[in-house]
Design a protein around this ligand. Sequence first.
Ligand SMILES: C[S@@+](CC[C@H](N)C(=O)[O-])C[C@H]1O[C@@H](n2cnc3c(N)ncnc32)[C@H](O)[C@@H]1O
Length: 243
Amino acid sequence: MRGTWTSRFPPPHDHLRAGNVPLFEDRRIEWAINQLGGVEGRRVLELGPLEGGHTYMLQQHGAHSIVAVEANRSAYLKCLITKEVLGLERARFLCGDFLAYLEETDETFDACFASGVLYHAQNPAKLIHLAAEHAESLFLWTHYYDERHVPSRGARERVVPAGWGVYRGFRHRLFRYRYGLSLKWAGFCGGNAPFSHWLSRDDLLACLEYFGWREVSVAFDEPLHTNGPALALTARRATIGGL
Ligand SMILES: C[S@@+](CC[C@H](N)C(=O)[O-])C[C@H]1O[C@@H](n2cnc3c(N)ncnc32)[C@H](O)[C@@H]1O
């Protein structure tokens, strides 16, 4: 595992040799927690915790419980290390595909935190739909496709148009993101297939609306992000009366 950590542990554990990215002190998560009215006493579902940085923040902010589903085995083991080092007794890490988990479980949550995972999905609309079936509120941070700023490797664009998708009647454009050689890196933290599909920004917002997400607030809007346009958002599920 040496050399494969991404995140820097928070003080007083920041002397531990891990990575450099401050995911245990992430401003996007602070913003989301505020935006959603806090997570004190709430049951939270986290998709793709990587090394448990956001899980730690959710526990620090008083979440009653956090179920965090991670597919990458090496990342999952790192989450268990984080759990021991930081005493994340209110977190439960599960190893597996969160879409399979959402399809099978009857559990419901007050909030779903889905940071850095939508653009790793092959069927992003399905993720947005299943999150709406299991959680009252949502935090999402994701890349999206914009033809004015396509991430590239050398002269080759990494995200290319891949036709139309239809999921439960929601028709949308798909843009294929190929992982290429990064799949071979021991610290790879993408999806569980050789490629994923990105949505355009308009389709992302339309998809949220279609599957019942309301009160969408966007922040951290970075159309020129080096790895592709990105944004954060929170949303609440429509009540039956509001549909
Ligand atoms: C880019 S990282 C984001 C980590 C963290 N949530 C953040 O925002 O910093 C994506 C994480 O989601 C995990 N992941 C991606 N697709 C998954 C899936 N279908 N099921 C479970 N974990 C998944 C990856 O293994 C990785 O740990």
